[in-house]
Design a binder for this molecule. Structure first.
Ligand code: ATP
Length: 363
């Protein structure tokens, strides 16, 4: 009997629904072809448009539905035109991170030979590293509660031992997994600003203590400013990077830029018991309804979901399908004939997704 996994689906705002529906079709085809697992989708309401209609962005029933699902697939959320009274955007994805304690934000950066990138890579050279961003504290800790006076504003950065230890263990385990899969050299770089801030010296100390538990791996450090420079100058030196929330927020967009844009940047927010898989980009209101949104970041996020479910439930067929899905996307990119406008092509969202579906079906 195949195992059935319930997937909570949030279709999101703007281009969210446009990239969700082909992604679900691909997942459906993979699961129907598999004798090892089935996927049952449960679509739940949340987001900026819901907030505009009802005053609620993440109703309790949706949060409960997400909590009891095996995994959560979340599309682009938020609309710059719909804001709370304090001026901030509606972001149920941030609420989910806190509610479900999703402390590890995983942002893979992969540039295959032939892929469009602003970098000047030598022929055949590729980039493949993962940025792990702490996602529940750091400078985002005081989100919504920062103090604003007439002449001064303050936000508080919080780093706790408990979350940092879990975060670093997650990063080291990921490096080990990648090394076993032949994907990295088994190295974790702690990205901080320990030369200026005590909180980051504390962060680094905890990292060094955790590193001693992984003698088979290499642990090193880099300052965040130097990291930004090296990500542009020599990104191939990185394997797994681990950093604070705000630094990770900024560096992950830099990573997306290196990959040729947000349309190719997937992500996962992972905790001990739950995980959300979501493209890094926002709801792209400037292109909504035109059918030109790139679905690949969403499809690659779905591939990460299959990896995570497969590893967690010891279901190798799911891990294999995750790899197949990722490889299919990169094969379509390398082929270059059915890619969307943001990648230099002229295909529609549906055509680009159909090209991935064809490759998946042909394997
Ligand atoms: P947020 O703050 O919600 O993350 P953002 O400010 O980063 O959002 P996006 O909505 O991600 O903004 O859009 C930034 C730019 O990237 C826009 O020009 C948008 O059209 C483009 N873009 C984002 N996602 C895609 C996509 N999947 N396909 C094509 N273009 C995209």
């Amino acid at each position: 009997m195949p195992s059935t996994f319930e997937i909570a689906v949030f279709e999101g705002d703007g281009i969210g629904p446009e990239i969700t529906s082909p992604t679900l079709r691909i997942l459906q085809q993979l699961s129907q072809a598999s004798s090892s697992y089935e996927l049952a989708f449960n679509t739940l309401p949340a987001g900026a448009n819901l907030y505009a209609r009802t005053g609620e962005s993440l109703p309790k029933a949706s949060l409960d539905g997400a909590r009891q699902a095996d995994a959560i697939l979340l599309s682009a959320m938020g609309m710059p035109s719909i804001r709370k009274s304090d001026g901030t955007e509606i972001s149920p994805q941030l609420d989910l991170r806190n509610e479900l304690d999703l402390f590890a934000g995983v942002r893979p950066v992969r540039i295959s030979p032939g892929q469009r990138t602003p970098l000047k890579l030598e022929g055949g050279q590729s980039v493949d590293f993962v940025l792990v961003r702490e996602s529940t504290e750091g400078l985002f800790y005081s989100r919504g509660t920062g103090e604003v006076g007439p002449d001064e504003a303050r936000e508080t950065l919080v780093i706790t031992r408990k979350t940092s230890e879990k975060l670093f263990r997650f990063a080291f385990n990921l490096a080990r997994q990648r090394q076993t899969a032949g994907q990295g050299e088994g190295r974790v770089t702690c990205v901080d600003k320990a030369n200026v801030f005590r909180s980051f010296a504390f962060f680094r100390e905890i990292f060094d203590a955790q590193a001693t538990l992984y003698p088979d791996l290499t642990a090193d450090h880099a300052y965040v400013d130097a990291t930004a420079l090296w990500m542009v100058e020599k990104p191939w030196i990185f394997d797994v990077m681990v950093t604070e929330n705000m630094f990770g927020d900024i560096l992950s967009d830099l990573g997306a830029g290196l990959m040729g844009g947000l349309g190719l940047a997937p992500s996962a927010d992972i905790g001990d018991d739950h995980a959300v898989f979501q493209p890094c980009h926002g709801s792209a209101p400037d292109i909504v309804g035109q059918g030109v949104a790139n679905p690949f970041a969403m499809i690659l996020s779905a591939a990460m979901m299959l990896d995570w479910l497969g590893l967690r439930h010891e279901n190798p067929a799911m891990v294999q399908d995750g790899n197949l899905l990722r490889d299919s996307v990169y094969a379509v990119i390398a082929d270059g004939k059915q890619i969307t406008r943001d990648l230099g092509g002229s295909s529609s969202t549906e055509e680009a997704a159909a090209a991935v579906l064809d490759r998946v079906g042909a394997s």
